[in-house]
Design a protein around this ligand. Structure first.
Ligand SMILES: *[C@@H]1O[C@H](CO)[C@@H](O)[C@H](O)[C@H]1NC(C)=O
Ligand SMILES: *[C@@H]1O[C@H](CO)[C@@H](O)[C@H](O)[C@H]1NC(C)=O
Ligand SMILES: *[C@@H]1O[C@H](CO)[C@@H](O)[C@H](O)[C@H]1NC(C)=O
Ligand SMILES: *[C@@H]1O[C@H](CO)[C@@H](O)[C@H](O)[C@H]1NC(C)=O
Ligand SMILES: *[C@@H]1O[C@H](CO)[C@@H](O)[C@H](O)[C@H]1NC(C)=O
Ligand SMILES: *[C@@H]1O[C@H](CO)[C@@H](O)[C@H](O)[C@H]1NC(C)=O
Ligand SMILES: *[C@@H]1O[C@H](CO)[C@@H](O)[C@H](O)[C@H]1NC(C)=O
Ligand SMILES: CC(=O)N[C@H]1CO[C@H](CO)[C@@H](O)[C@@H]1O
Length: 658
């Protein structure tokens, strides 16, 4: 398949041709058989590309016990793995079997600094872990410890601390785009496959429905057990997975999942319990599936639903972005249904009638912003966000976070009739920061109620604390991806809370081709390469700091210039100017409200320094939120000493730094 065996060509020329092809395709370095220190990037390939990891679940590994855990292990979602492996929703909620093959879709990128191509999987070290053990056990040899050491220069392999986050480079490769080794018309991506003791090229090739010459052409000679080879994928699922899934779990709809579970013979009682649970689980899943199906049949088209409060978000899908996110309603249903059970006991489940009554039938007068309504239930005020089915991501994130500087989720509600999900949050009294900063005086915020410097410093610290929490204390790490002043809400005492986790993802260090975010806040590396990391939140936080100082919008519609680029041009770039000149420039640039309150320029200057560090174009050079928070709290202390306290202009609320 794909190789150029022309019609009626004699065997000799065939051999020659293959040999030639081999030479053509593989520079000596690329054919290097020992890749334990990582796969080199190919100069003629385009990164990132869609790739897959062939992962075998193992009962010895708690993290591969079920699909959601495997999703966490690889920083991807259960639904994407289920789709690539062709598991039904019901199958995807069952515990995995020993050696159950899974196809994990990954985005293969090139780390130009180290000239290695890999997919970075973030892993948090637990007791007893070493790079070697995690590579060979948790990641089943899809990576190897020399490569792990290479991409984690700041971690000492012999001195790993529990809680350290290490990047495990899952080996992957992108074919050169003009390759002749495979027919690119039907090509889906290269699968990273770990050779097993019983494998030969012939057996692997037939398992994937290709021929072994192709494997040789891509990987060089067969080279030992437990090394990674790259197998071109032409069909999802490949025959290996199809036969395996079909033979072990009966092809008939899994109404009787007991046979699957009974395979763990030696675990009598547990197996029995698991079987019972599985039956209940499958019944629930089927019921929900049926519900969703009926509901969709009767509602071809629900009413237009607001865009999750991100009207001015920019979105573009890069080439090949189709695999990244499945926006279709059906996959969203699947996701939601599959994971619903996790939340049922965690949150209050509201019914639609209650929410309708609470919001006067979602009356316009109750609209807060976007698709968020103010509602009163039993005298208590909530914010109710109305969205399409796919509340999955936001729910998944919110269930992990609990911090006073993050808006709290109280409960949710699913309206099957309309295909709508409602998320019910705590109500935050003073609305969003941007209206306080940017509204012309008179539009809701009168001139004398503009925020003073003390309040702004505290808001900056609150946001920093909230971000620090989601970056450092959640696992897998959460990247908010849409930090901006309109997503910062102020409570009655002007403490800030971060809202809207609608774009947040658990994919730290991932590469995406689906760019989302808001103009003026998007970090350059994300816009250019789709590189997602916590450092993009740090960048956006820097922009919020600039807004606090200048009182201006992150993006000037008139001039088309972002605030950060203006700051770079006016304040950060000129290296030769003196401190006095910088202060003079700053005074000109600052919010006039602050100048009128004669706020100390020193204090503003120190915040500008933090903003400058956060806005570094090099993500690696930006501080972490831990560092940023520390620097800001220094600025705050400094200011408190200077001002002698107690002279706050806004409402005299508590001034203690927490
Ligand atoms: C990366 O390594 C490969 C193989 O050694 C080499 O062909 C390529 O030029 C290198 N790329 C860079 C940017 O150094
Ligand atoms: C592969 O490379 C690693 C590190 O470079 C080395 O430690 C190991 O011995 C090599 N293995 C083989 C079989 O060549
Ligand atoms: C996926 O699985 C379903 C049932 O589990 C089966 O009917 C279908 O043929 C499978 N698709 C492929 C491409 O194997
Ligand atoms: C990974 O490779 C090592 C040998 O290098 C082997 O002992 C181990 O069993 C392999 N792990 C898996 C999950 O296959
Ligand atoms: C292959 O990629 C290179 C580099 O991006 C590009 O210049 C070239 O046009 C591509 N060729 C094809 C056939 O797509
Ligand atoms: C692919 O393109 C590169 C440069 O774009 C060229 O050096 C190489 O020979 C081409 N390979 C094939 C198989 O055409
Ligand atoms: C590649 O595959 C497509 C469809 O599968 C087919 O139409 C085309 O002829 C194939 N090209 C080659 C060069 O084999
Ligand atoms: C890991 C491994 O077995 N590497 C071997 C692959 O094959 C070449 C020769 O074909 C050997 O030199 C490597 O040691």
């Amino acid at each position: 398949m794909g190789s150029e065996a022309r019609s009626a060509a004699p065997p000799i020329s065939c051999l020659l041709l293959s040999f030639l092809l081999l030479l053509l395709l593989f520079t000596p370095s690329a054919a290097q058989p020992n890749i334990s220190d990582g796969v080199r990037c190919r100069a003629d390939s385009v990164y990132p590309c869609q790739a897959y990891a062939f992962y075998r679940a193992s009962l010895a590994v708690p993290l591969s016990a079920d699909l959601a855990s495997v999703g966490d292990l690889f920083g991807t979602s259960r639904a994407l793995i289920a789709r690539a492996t062709n598991l039904t929703v019901a199958q995807s909620v069952l515990p995995l079997r020993q050696d159950q093959p899974l196809l994990v879709p990954i985005s293969c990128g090139c780390d130009r600094d180290r000239n290695r191509s890999y997919y970075p999987a973030a892993y948090q070290i637990v007791s007893g872990n070493t790079f070697y053990l995690v590579s060979t056990v948790e990641y089943a040899n899809l990576t190897a410890f020399p490569a792990v050491e290479l991409v984690n220069p700041t971690l000492v392999p012999t001195d790993l601390a529990i809680g350290d986050i290490a990047t495990f480079p899952i080996f992957c490769q992108c074919l050169p785009n003009n390759t002749t080794a495979v027919n690119l018309t039907a090509f889906l991506g290269l699968v990273s496959y770990v050779l097993q003791p019983s494998d030969t090229y012939a057996s692997v090739a037939s398992n994937f429905g290709i021929d072994s010459e192709t494997l040789t052409a891509i990987n060089g000679p067969f080279n030992g057990t437990y090394s990674v080879v790259f197998v071109p994928l032409f069909q999802i699922p490949p025959p290996l997975i199809r036969t395996s899934v079909v033979s072990e779990a009966p092809a008939s709809p899994p109404t009787a999942p007991t046979p699957v579970v009974e395979r763990n013979e030696n675990k009598g009682v547990i197996a029995g319990l698991a079987a019972a649970l599985a039956v209940v689980g499958v019944l629930c899943a089927l019921l929900l599936l049926l519900l969703a199906w009926c509901q969709r049949r009767w509602n071809r088209k629900g009413e237009a639903v607001g865009k999750n409060g991100r009207q001015n978000s920019l979105e573009r899908s890069g080439k090949g972005g189709g695999e990244e996110r499945f926006g279709s309603l059906s996959s969203a249903d699947d996701k939601l249904i599959a994971d619903l059970s996790e939340w049922l006991d965690k949150y209050k489940v509201f019914d639609v009638a209650t929410l309708r009554e609470a919001t006067a039938g979602f009356d316009r007068s109750r609209l807060i912003q976007g698709s968020v309504y103010k509602g009163t239930i039993d005298g208590e005020v909530f914010a109710v966000k109305k969205m399409k089915w796919n509340a999955y991501d936001e729910l998944k994130i919110l269930q992990k976070v609990n911090h006073s500087n993050l808006v709290k989720l109280e409960g949710f509600c699913i309206d099957a009739k309309e295909g709508t999900t409602y998320l019910v949050y705590e109500y935050v009294e003073n609305g969003s920061l941007d209206t306080w900063l940017h509204s012309p005086a008179g539009a809701g915020v009168s001139g004398d109620r503009r925020l003073d410097w003390r309040s702004r410093l505290r808001i900056a610290l609150d946001v920093a604390n909230g971000l620090q929490y989601i970056h450092e204390h959640t696992w897998p790490r959460v990247v908010h991806k849409d930090i901006k002043s309109s997503n910062v809400l102020l409570d009655a005492s002007f403490h800030a809370k971060i809202a809207n986790f609608g774009l947040a993802r658990t994919g730290h260090n991932a590469v995406t081709t689906h760019i989302v975010g808001t103009q003026g806040y998007v970090a350059p590396e994300y816009l250019a390469d789709g590189f997602v990391s916590i450092k993009m939140d740090v960048f956006a936080f820097g922009v919020v700091l600039l807004e606090l100082v200048t009182g201006r919008s992150a993006f000037d519609e008139r001039t088309g210039e972002a605030l950060w680029s203006e700051a770079e041009r006016l304040l950060f770039r000129p290296v030769t100017i003196s401190k006095e000149e910088t202060e003079a420039l700053l005074l000109e640039w600052m919010d006039t409200a602050l100048v009128q309150q004669s706020c100390p320029v020193d204090s503003v200057m120190s915040v500008i320094q933090v903003a400058r560090a956060c806005l570094n174009r090099e993500p690696a050079k930006r501080p972490s939120m831990v560092e940023a928070t520390y620097l800001l709290s220094k600025a705050d202390e400094h200011f408190s000493e200077y001002s002698g306290d107690g002279l706050s202009v806004v409402s005299g609320s508590d001034v203690t730094a927490r």
